[in-house]
Structures are given as C-alpha cells and as structure tokens.
Design a protein around this ligand. Sequence first.
Ligand SMILES: [Zn+2]
Length: 152
Amino acid sequence: MIGCKNLVIMCMDFRFQISIYSWLKHRGVFGNCDVISVAGSSLNLLHDAEPKTFILNQIDLAHKKHGIDKILIFHHEDCAAVSGTPMDTEEQIRFHHEKMNLAEKVIVSYLPNVTVNKYFISHKGQFYPSIVEHPNSASTRTSIKNSNALRV
Ligand SMILES: [Zn+2]
C-alpha cells in the first residue's frame, strides 16, 4: 500500500492556510499527508450527530487506505465556528486546547493506536502546541502555560 503517515485536521478558514502549510512544509509533511479541512476543525468531533460521523469516516478512510498513524489537529484564533462571548487570545488558547483534548479522546476511542498532536495558531502565526516533541525521547505533555510558542 502506498500511503502516508499523517492526517491533518484543520479549519477551512483561508486566513491560516499559509501558516499551516508553511509549518507542514518545514517539517516535510506537506504533500505527504491527508487533509480534512472543515469549518471548526476537530470541534466537529464533539457533536453527536452527522458532523462527528462524517469526520470519523474520513479518519477511518485515511487510516485504512493510506495507513496514517499520526493526526495533527489545528485550531485557530477567532474561529467563526465558535460562538458566544468574545475571548482574548489566552482564553482562546485554553478553550481550544480543552476542545482538542476532548476531540483526541473521541479519536483514540475510535482508533487506539494513533498519535494525536494538537496546535492552536494565533493571528500572528504563532503555534501553541499541547505536546512538546523531544527528538530523543517520547512525546511529553506540557501545560499550555509552559509551552513555547513556535514562530513559523
Ligand atoms: Zn475556523
């Protein structure tokens, strides 16, 4: 089977395409990953109805047909899929990481062997990961406060 290792789940929002694609390109992932691009990104996995089923079917397809075993979730600042009281950037980072953690649980309960990495992107193009990857050891979870923003 010809495949790829990574699946990207990102919002449809055009404003973040260059940042995300540059980030992926820099890491050798761009052009070698499946992509699910839908408004709200992984927030769709937190619904009980159709959007969740749709996303899980896409993930399943990428897993079975291309053998993906790593999922990269991207959420971004001022996502139109989030309604309610406006939040500042720090609140949004916290909010989206909580939602991405919940989405990860949905994914892992469906496909236990996949790794899920999660990133929030600010308007300034800064990436706020929830997992810091160390080249010589397994991934280590870190709090949002302690994580360093990665500039693209
Ligand atoms: Zn969005």
